[in-house]
Design a protein around this ligand. Sequence first.
Ligand code: DX5
Ligand code: ZN
Length: 215
Amino acid sequence: MIKAAPSILAADILHLEDEVRRMERAKADWLHIDVMDGNFVPNISYGPAIVKALKRITSLYLDCHLMVDEGVRYVKTFADAGADGITLHLEAHKDLRAAIKAINDLGLRAGVSIKPQTPVETLLPYLDDVGLILLMSVEPGFGGQKMASDAPARMVEIKRLCNERGKTPILEVDGGINMLNAAEIVKSGANALVMGTALFTSKDAEGDIAALHSL
Ligand code: DX5
Ligand code: ZN
């Protein structure tokens, strides 16, 4: 089944617990947590304290997306805070292999993410070691952008690379996903959809997630 991962970047941060409960009621599968360092991306969001606070109030899987230069430095901190999966950026690491190993060694799901301009083939050396691939369908840094038109084709390619090697990581897509383009991106191979704006502004998040689950 498709995983629906609301990004709390689009939540009302002053009422975060209510927002999480709303997504729980809507039967979200994961919570997506966008960590931004003001270096790798031109925005600053929040860090491990939010993960720790969320862990106290929810049993939803905490899907932590680190848009952080050398995010490997914070893997242990996020693991201790309660992250269930940690996704690092390929472009942000000198030794990505070691960074992925650090996540795997802690027993969490290791993810690798690529930005819209990064060739999909750059993922190849890591396919044996990751449990998740996160395709950015917008330039990372901000919610509320439009999905890049080549995102579905890029996802098809990623799926093909995985299939050829017998690998079955979760294929997640992030940025500008909504109820109008979800079916297309799922058809292209994605099985986890990050949705910030679309779900948090929806009048019927439960209906939307039910529709995603039936794709
Ligand atoms: C962008 C973040 C996304 C973002 C998605 O840098 O990684 O997760 O919050 O937001 P929407 O769904 O509004 O594009
Ligand atoms: Zn994200």
